[in-house]
Each structure stands twice: as structure tokens, then as C-alpha cells.
Design a protein around this ligand. Structure first.
Ligand SMILES: Nc1ncnc2c1ncn2[C@@H]1O[C@H](COP(=O)(O)OP(=O)(O)OP(=O)(O)O)[C@@H](O)[C@H]1O
Ligand SMILES: Cc1ncc(COP(=O)(O)O)c(N)n1
Length: 273
């Protein structure tokens, strides 16, 4: 068989934690990149022992090792878009922010991961301000869930209007260029509704609500899909819309594996055949 090589494939980088259960983190990100025909590269920030029931252990990677992974990818392969996920501590956030500056990373999607769906702390308490001051202002977009948006805006969120106020606050006070406040942690039908604000336009992005307990990894999948679409050339709001459609499909084909909250599924094209 003749081999076919391609030198023009878009490349995305995920800077995130490893999830041994394969539902979130690096594993979800690389699957999402692959689904979009984007070559996925990675810089692992920590190793979690994790499954559908919870997070049993977290081992951070030394910041120098995170930097070495980023530089190895950049200096040889080149990258069109980057996403960050679980960054765990202020030393790693500082090191990543320095690389964003040094490498002039533009298409940066920051998912400000703080707590897992199962309630485990994924970011040190003293690291929130580092994330707020050093990394979020450098991002093209930040994608907080309800809990993270409350922390970043210091506002309670119980309604759509609260989500809008938080998005405005995060834009103004945290100097995020664009904000997507995600509704997965809200009640009822609001779980499929996200708020977009870029300082000019406030938009309510709605997809159908999917009823499932298996939603582990939705946030990781969404931010990875935004990065994938940016790498493919979409503008930011289009990338967000496309990514949201992808997450809705992934939720519709979520995997009922393990004894707890299973992961969103990425096999829908195969299952549809
Ligand atoms: N039940 C649902 N039906 C439809 N869309 C949903 C549902 N739950 C979450 N979403 C969508 O999934 C995306 C991720 O939102 P969510 O608020 O769950 O993020 P997250 O808490 O960071 O996710 P996770 O921590 O599980 O990775 C958003 O676009 C949100 O609207
Ligand atoms: C390595 C890693 N990154 C991110 C999450 C958040 O995802 P979720 O809120 O679905 O648990 C996680 N649990 N583990």
C-alpha cells in the first residue's frame, strides 16, 4: 500500500492534567482534536488517579517539565491554537503564562478548571489570583463554569441575568478579552445555555438540554473543540458555536461506564453507521 503523507495538518496543543479514567483532561482533549482532524500535542501538568467516582490522587509535574514539553512542541512542530485545563498550582500557571508571552501565543483558550464534577479540588486555593492576574488576561477566551464564574466575578449566579452580569464583570475586572459563562451547573433547561460576552456583544448560546448523569469531561471537550476550530481557521464566536454543537452530540452519546458519572462520548460518527 502506498503511504500518503500530509504536511498541512492543523496542530493544537493542550496544557492540562491526565485523567486515568479517560473522561476529562488530556485524554478528552486529544480525542476531541482527533475527531476534528487536528493533530493533538500535549503538555501534561499533573497526573490524576481518577475514575467515574472521583479523584483519588493528584501528582503535579515540575513546572520546568511543563515548560520543556511546551517548548519541544513549539520549537519543532508549531501550533495554531492552545488550550489550558487543569493547571493545579501557581508555579505551573506562572510558568505557562511566561511561555504564552515568550512564544506570543495568540489563539489561547483558558478553561479555568478549579473543581471536578465529583467535587475534588483541582486548583490550589492560593493559585486563583495567579490565574486571574497572569493567565486569563492573555487568553483569547476564558470558559468558566457556574462555580468558576462565581469565584472570578465574586457574584452569585442563580439565573441567566446573573450569568450575564458575571460575564461582564470577568471581562471588565479580570480583563478577559472574551468570556463564555457555561450553564452546565445551572438548574433544568439552563444546563444547555451559555453566555458569550466580548465587551461588545452579549449573546445567549442555546443548544438542546441533554438529560444524562454521564457528563464528565464536558468542559474539557468544549474548550478543546474551540481550540480545534480556531486551529482550523474559524473566528472565535464561530469556533464557540461549532464547539457547543460538538459537546451536545458528545453528551447525547455519553458512555455509561463505571459506577459513577461516565464521560461524554466521542464515537458518534461510528455509532451512527
Ligand atoms: N445537560 C446538558 N445538556 C446540554 N448541554 C450541556 C449540558 N451540561 C452541560 N452542557 C454544556 O456543556 C458545556 C460545558 O459546560 P459545563 O458547565 O458542564 O462545564 P464544566 O463544568 O466545566 O464541565 P466539566 O467540569 O464537567 O468538564 C457547555 O456548553 C454547557 O452548556
Ligand atoms: C485532569 C482533569 N481535568 C479536568 C477535570 C474536570 O472535569 P470534570 O469537571 O468533568 O470532572 C478533571 N476531572 N480532571
Amino acid at each position: 500500500m502506498n503511504s500518503q503523507t500530509t504536511s498541512t495538518v492543523p496542530v493544537a496543543l493542550t496544557i492540562a492534567g491526565s485523567d486515568s479514567g479517560g473522561g476529562a483532561g488530556i485524554q478528552a482533549d486529544l480525542r476531541t482534536f482527533a475527531f476534528h482532524c487536528v493533530h493533538g500535542t500535549s503538555a501534561i501538568t499533573c497526573v490524576t488517579a481518577q475514575n467515574t467516582l472521583g479523584v483519588m490522587r493528584v501528582d503535579p509535574i515540575p513546572p520546568e517539565a511543563v515548560v520543556a514539553q511546551i517548548r519541544a512542541v513549539y520549537e519543532d512542530i508549531g501550533v495554531q491554537a492552545v488550550k489550558t485545563g487543569m493547571l493545579i498550582n501557581k508555579e505551573i500557571i506562572t510558568a505557562v503564562a511566561e511561555q504564552v508571552e515568550a512564544l506570543q501565543i495568540q489563539n489561547l483558550v483558558v478553561d479555568p478548571v478549579m473543581v471536578s464534577r465529583t467535587g475534588a479540588q483541582l486548583l490550589d486555593n492560593d493559585a486563583v489570583n495567579t490565574l486571574r492576574h497572569l493567565l486569563i488576561p492573555k487568553a483569547a477566551i476564558v470558559t468558566p463554569n457556574r462555580y468558576e464564574a462565581q469565584i472570578l466575578s465574586s457574584l452569585p449566579i442563580n439565573s441567566l441575568d446573573d450569568m450575564r452580569a458575571a460575564a461582564q464583570m470577568i471581562h471588565r475586572n479580570v480583563r478577559a478579552k472574551a468570556v463564555l459563562v457555561k450553564g452546565g451547573g445551572m438548574q433544568g433547561n439552563l444546563r444547555g445555555v451559555d453566555i458569550w460576552f466580548d465587551g461588545h456583544k452579549m449573546e445567549t448560546l442555546t443548544t438542546k438540554h441533554v438529560e444524562t448523569k454521564n457528563s464528565h469531561g464536558t468542559g474539557c471537550t468544549l474548550s478543546a473543540a474551540i481550540a480545534a476550530h480556531l486551529a482550523l481557521g474559524s473566528d472565535l464566536i464561530t469556533a464557540v458555536r461549532q464547539a457547543k454543537e460538538y459537546v451536545t452530540s458528545a453528551l447525547s452519546y455519553a458512555l455509561d461506564i463505571g459506577k459513577g458519572q461516565g464521560p461524554v462520548g466521542h464515537f458518534f460518527p461510528l455509532l451512527n453507521k
